[in-house]
Write a protein that binds this ligand. Sequence first.
Ligand SMILES: Nc1ncnc2c1ncn2[C@@H]1O[C@H](COP(=O)(O)OP(=O)(O)OP(=O)(O)O)[C@@H](O)[C@H]1O
Length: 529
Amino acid sequence: MADRTVDDTGQGGLRATGIVKRYAGVPALAGVDLTVRPGEVVGLVGHNGAGKSTLLKCLSGAVRPDEGTIEVDGVPLALTGPAAALAAGISTVYQELSLLPNLTVTQNVFLGDEIRRFGQLSRDRMRRAARELVERFDVQVDVDRRLGDYPVATRQLLEIAIATQRGSRFLLLDEPTTSLEGEQVVRLLDTVGELARTTGIGVLLVDHKLDELYQVADTVVALVDGRVRIAGSARTVDRADVVRAIAGEEAAVHLLQEGRADEGTPTDPAGAPGHVPAPSAASDRPDGTVALQVDHLATAALRDVSLSARPGRVLGLYGLIGSGRTELLRALVGLDTVQGGTVRLDGREFRPRNPAQAARAGLVYLTEERKTDGIVPGLDSATNVVLPILHRFSRLGLLDKRALGRTATEYMDLLHVRGNRAAPVVSLSGGNQQKVLLARALAQRPRVLLLDEPTKGVDIGVKSEIHRLLKDLAHRQGMTVVVVSSEEEEILDVADDVVTFSSGRCDGRTRPAAELSVVDLRQAAWDAA
Ligand SMILES: Nc1ncnc2c1ncn2[C@@H]1O[C@H](COP(=O)(O)OP(=O)(O)OP(=O)(O)O)[C@@H](O)[C@H]1O
């Protein structure tokens, strides 16, 4: 953490006062005060639906608050739209990246900005300037190559770099590390900290992971139900208080007992309520029952993948991004074409054709990309949950809406979906949309549940609940659960066994998660690479 003192009396910086934003009369923000000073990193946390994104949208001009003022250096701003915020020096980098993959790095750097900065297009000057920018931020790219050739982590760094060169004085970052892994996270956070220190840019960083937040933030602000519950120097604000504010007193006890509040991924405290026992002898069947058996599977992205997953256990798939984990799940439900090898379900050969066919066979996949692959935005949450199983509620051509509603409610309660469930699902906060998708996957009562980054964007309290739930489904109900996660802590917390992927290969060698550390996992991924 940077050692800077903050001038509490000065008017400098980006200051929001008394911000209120209501949706259909319900306050998402109920009077928020927040200041980001030059050179300061403010870390913003809160439970799913607390109002973090709404606050960012108010500051970036995307949403107009119902009440309150926003000012820079004491001068009130009329944020009539994103352009007005940009003109006032406020840049925002959202989770969904806005750069264009089909253009080159240079073209992206100067997107929409060519004429203003250069009077006329000068390719050489633009390339030189783009090169200087990427070097300054140590982004390893060739400025003449298509941006789409580079991984998400690189694009994320580039997006931040670009935001800073548009005369930005304030940078708003919405969960910038969600799609990154290990080293990339460290690098991004380092870059953000250094940027604030060396250029005096003020940063507002939204992040669910407290260890990341405390690494870089000078000031920590916790939002609860649209109000600031905690605000203060990261040196003095107690993490335990932040965990309690976000997760609630009861859940916080488990998180804190385990000393894992940083990641929000506790292992099960023995004897605690909701405790899930270790896999029983019944689930560890001597006959070696295998629910899912994959042998030498090949697709456009996979070269040779073999593994087996057993009922009553959670199998973690670990590897670097692009190593083949997601691609395996896609192939198993027919989203990618299988070119070679076999898949067996309960001993019988299964040829994946499409997700609906896979689901009928008992294989349900929760995608990582809820925006593109998962949610039906215009429908309410309940309908989103029961969409794949509507046929179960149909009798003589009539839909039993009450039974349907009961089932949807049951699964949404199980996952603590917060927000207006009768409204279109897109009006729920990001974390709550993720919970709706997980509820939908569970409502299908799969025998084999395939999950890609199941807790992406969910808050620390809910994350630990989801982990407990998945272990419960496997250990008590005999489900076969397969989890892909880029977070080592998540894999170690939720999985019983781990297999490692590298360059589209997996040799199927399982290792008990209990015997592994974060370092072991990273080492295994590198060794396999
Ligand atoms: N366009 C909208 N229409 C209706 N309600 C909305 C809309 N946008 C947000 N909300 C509601 O405002 C509240 C705050 O949502 P917001 O997205 O700001 O939360 P968040 O803290 O960013 O959550 P998360 O951690 O899940 O991303 C939620 O109850 C959400 O359902």
